[in-house]
Design a protein. Structure first.
Length: 279
């Protein structure tokens, strides 16, 4: 059965971190519809003043953050002792698990283009061991298709296997379509599938999806994406809905209010971090 557009969201301009200008597309008002994707922030600027203030040290618990820098640079540091940078076409994947402190700084570049996702953790994994991984260009398979290419950021496409997360399954494709090209993707009937138009307008079942729009699709086992008369870049994100309660405040996402209060109490008491640097 062919999937159709269920929900379209354009987002709104916001400021986060130490003054980073971004577009918040998904947030706490969209958690049920886009489950298990909690948040999607979009970055697109040629003005370094919009982003170089970065995101100074802050905590997370109960989520995975996945940052894709299509163009630009990002430098990560965390309480586990990781320090790492990514640039054009690369990904940072952090499981905050039981608790982590980290910062993300964004050096000036000709253009910053990309997104950050928050992927929810199942209740059983909320207090898992935190970890950080970067997915470098050399680790990302580029698959030629008629009228374009797919960059396999994570998960599986056909017989190709990309980076595999430790918790929820996630197929994450960066799809580049030439003008007037199209692609049909296959998936399981009950997968939770969304699409984000990073660059350009596309069509799904004849419905126009404008640039910088998040779309949740109905259930089905195929979707056909058709491009207009300009090149387009589309992010395809496929996972499994958790259908679990969400208690969310700032950088922490748990299942109950009690768990949330405990997390903030531990932050105040300096007992938040369970996994520390091992020398």
């Amino acid at each position: 059965m062919e999937r159709k557009v269920k929900t379209k969201i354009r987002g709104f301009r916001a400021t986060d971190g130490a003054g980073v200008n971004l577009v918040r597309v998904l947030g706490n008002q969209t958690t049920k519809e886009f489950d298990p994707i909690l948040m999607l922030d979009s970055f697109d600027s040629t003005n370094p003043a919009d982003y170089t203030a970065g995101f100074p040290t802050h905590p997370h618990r109960g989520i995975e953050t996945i940052s894709y820098v299509s163009k630009g640079k990002m430098v990560h540091r965390d309480s586990l002792g990781n320090e790492d940078g990514i640039s054009d076409g690369e990904v940072q994947w952090m499981n905050s698990g039981s608790g982590i402190m980290h910062e993300e700084m964004v050096p000036a570049a000709d253009r910053l283009l990309g997104v950050q996702l928050w992927l929810n953790l199942p209740a059983k994994d909320k207090m898992s061991k935190p970890s950080y991984n970067s997915i470098k260009s050399s680790d990302i398979k580029e698959i030629k298709i008629d009228g374009g290419k797919i960059r396999l950021l994570a998960g599986k496409y056909g017989d190709f296997q990309g980076y595999k997360g430790e918790h929820l399954p996630l197929d994450y494709y960066d799809i580049h379509l030439n003008a007037n090209a199209q692609i049909t993707l296959n998936m399981r009937q009950d997968d939770s599938v969304m699409i984000f138009t990073l660059l350009g307008d596309i069509y799904i079942n004849g419905e126009c999806i404008e640039e910088k729009t998040a779309v949740k699709l109905t259930e089905g086992d195929t979707v056909t994406i058709k491009n207009g008369d300009k090149n387009a870049q589309i992010l395809y994100i496929n996972s499994k809905a958790l259908n679990e309660p969400i208690a969310w405040a700032g950088p922490i996402v748990m299942n109950t209010q009690e768990e949330l209060e405990k997390a903030f109490r531990e932050l105040r008491n300096n007992t938040f971090i369970k996994e520390k640097i091992k020398y």
